[in-house]
Ligand binder design. Sequence first.
Ligand code: NAD
Ligand code: AKB
Length: 319
Amino acid sequence: MVKEKILVIGASGQIGVELTLALRKIFGNSSVVASDLREENDLLKGTGPYVSLDVMNKEMLHVQVIRQNITQIYMLAAILSATGEKNPNLAWHLNMQGLLNVLDIAKEEKLHKVYWPSSIAVFGPTSPRENCPQRTIIEPTTVYGISKYAGEFWCNYFHQRFGVDVRSLRYPGLISYKSSPGGGTTDYAVEIFMDAVEEKKYKCFLREDTYLPMMYMPDAIRATIELMEAPANKISVRTSYNISSMSFSPKEIAAEIKKQIPEFAITYQPDYRQAIADSWPRSIDDSVARQDWGWKEEYGIEKMTVDMIRNLQEMKGGN
Ligand code: NAD
Ligand code: AKB
């Protein structure tokens, strides 16, 4: 078996922390190098190697890849939808150039595999709202969505033209309790749990009837690793796979939380993120991922809510 050495870029972020820990379990602590622009996340400390790295500095990235004998990169660094609308130039620059730096180095150093996530944000108001298919009209209206759609085609291009084995998922909003989300429109679905456990109330920045596709982090991590471990001949989509597990509105998730915390109360004060949410589909058809490499979710809204609240309460209690 080929010995893999993995570099995770953006390892201190919402996905990066849990993905790094999961990869370390599979490949061994010393075989997974965590890296980020910001400091090492507390949950990663003592679990394996960490390097401070700016993905925009291609030379330094290249040096690290050679020095550490890297064979796979998971490229997670990005600016998400809500923060992206505040600084479109920066979002475009990081989301595009960061990916291109990784793809160029992957080509040059003949890396075995690259992972790069896309998002449901590639879809826009002209895409089907319900069960949005893998292949459909895609006209994103946020800079984040534009950068993700362009990124998908760069991945496809590097695969077709240079044989880089780059794989991708269009994640929905991800819900987790270990590390906080970083400036997205779906962040409300994490904040609502944190505030419910801490304060028993939440002021939501989206309208009560805003349905969005969501996924619990354990499913997202498993999907990522299953995609990366699938035989190459099972991967028919080299842009990015639709992937899905549940869709809900703020009103529905609040009702689910109330089953666990009866005193919980929610109020609504929609802001600029409402327009972003309104441009995305309410649900996603991920049948191609299910057919190609056997994707299947484990968590629906009920099971996820119970698990989130139990874990947050345990953390609050210091257990
Ligand atoms: P995040 O903002 O929590 O983490 C991103 C990390 O990248 C941060 O720790 C940040 O410090 C780091 N970073 C930023 N600029 C960097 C640079 N120049 N060099 C090195 N590191 C840098 O984001 P996340 O939620 O973990 O998302 C990771 C990826 O998954 C992104 O590509 C995002 O678009 C995608 N995604 C996330 C979600 C979600 O709901 N979390 C959904 C769809 C897609
Ligand atoms: C965001 O809201 O920007 C992200 C995403 C769905 O890509 N969570």
